[in-house]
Design a protein around this ligand. Sequence first.
Ligand SMILES: [Zn+2]
Length: 354
Amino acid sequence: MNEIIKQKAKIEFLKLLWMFKLPLLILAIILGFLLIVGITLLPALFMNPEMDESAPILPEGGIGGKAIVSPEVRRYEPLIRKYAEKYGVKGYTELLLAKMQQESGGRGGDPMQASESLGLPPNTITNPAVSIEAGVRYFSQGLKKAEGDIYLTIQAFNFGTGFIDYALERGGYSKEVAAAFSQMKAKELGWSRYGDINYVDNVLRYFEGSLEISPGSPNSYGFIKPIQAEITSRFGVRFDPFTGVPMNHYGVDFGCKGQPLPIYAARNGKIQRAGWQNPGNHNEGFGQRIYIDHGGGLVTVYAHLAEIFVQPGQTVQTGQKIGTCGTTGSSTGEHLHLELHENGRKVNPEGRIF
Ligand SMILES: [Zn+2]
């Protein structure tokens, strides 16, 4: 008896299965497809996050120039340098000295006038080391937020970091933007005036030299970082920006959105190629690009450039300005695509060049 019921149930089940054969087949296909996609995409997800937000990289080189400051300010140089190193802005030590000259002339317990940056009333800080650390940290945070715009960072020390967003939305720092912000804030707060709209000029009175960011000193392989910008995409598997399909990225990308940043030769060498990859189609491949042969089988490639300042056959020195960052060729936005070739093989520039 039991056996018969079991048999019947089995037959009923098979009938049911047959009735729904089409939807079941479709379901199986979908599940199979998802499984394949998952297996393909999973490693890409782990290997190459498009944006590394964990570690913002600040320009390592800093600016060339020297602060013309009083002995009272100059005596704080070692302390400023110490905190500048701690907060990744050691290349800006001289500029920070000029700022201190403007803020306090090196006098008092809060020579960086940093109390307000900690949300305290002015001159609350009484320990110069605390003042310097707070001031340098504030500068470092401002520089990151201002995307490396030094003028904007300096003015934000006086106006507060709210000015950075305001200015970036209006194309970056200018005296007109600073004046407009000052007026807006004064009105908002019911004050007769807000901040010092000439703050940048006032600080730069004590600074001699170029505010242009210069490359740092060579690493143990003799390379310098060819651009003072943040990495937006690393070497390895990533999703193609056009098709979304995972594929190999044979270089490292540095973002330069809204900034035609200078690009420096990563090392001494001879220009192998310079110009359009395809003069007939500026939207193709690397667009305007430079290849530098460094000897010993090493070649560096700089792609998607807005401008090029060198010619094939020319020799270049480490740190020489060779072009500016752009978005020529097959590119979705302003960035430098940097490659390192070793004996004709594309290798990861990270860990070697920078
Ligand atoms: Zn790239």
